[in-house]
Design a protein around this ligand. Structure first.
Ligand code: 5GP
Ligand code: ZN
Length: 114
């Protein structure tokens, strides 16, 4: 998608602090962190939101969770804990229409969200 900022990050047209990359996904630090650790994991394929997942593309979600598992261990927050968030649509607070999973950690997080 030409006007998608996350597609531009994937292509390197917008700089980002990349922390993981493979054939199918990338992870990078959120530009506006809400916790000491706050990164996003996104599929390289432009999928608008979880509403647009089908049987085939849902495989990338399993992969994303594997990648999160690896990164949180590298960042030493696997044991202290963290939160994985997906915002979907307007009421869900989604502002970038390229499906992404937030991972927040490094401090005790409040629940429930507002
Ligand atoms: P959403 O609200 O759609 O769930 O989350 C979008 C996230 O993307 C926000 O937390 C926002 O800070 C982050 N974000 C938006 N633009 C950029 C950018 O250009 N670079 C990075 N690294 N993060 C961004
Ligand atoms: Zn995109």
């Amino acid at each position: 998608m030409d006007d998608c900022i996350f597609c531009k990050i994937i292509k390197g047209e917008i700089p980002s602090k990349k922390i993981y990359e493979d054939e199918d996904v990338i992870a990078f630090n959120d530009i506006n962190p809400e916790a000491p650790i706050h990164f996003l994991v996104i599929p390289k394929k432009h999928i608008e939101s979880v509403n647009h997942i089908d049987e085939e593309s849902s495989k990338v979600i399993a992969h994303i969770f594997n990648v999160i598992n690896k990164i949180v261990r590298e960042l030493n927050i696997a044991d202290t804990g963290y939160r994985i968030i997906n915002n979907c649509g307007v009421d869900g607070g989604q502002t970038v229409n390229h499906m992404h999973f937030h991972v927040l950690g490094g401090r005790e997080l409040k629940w429930p969200p507002g």
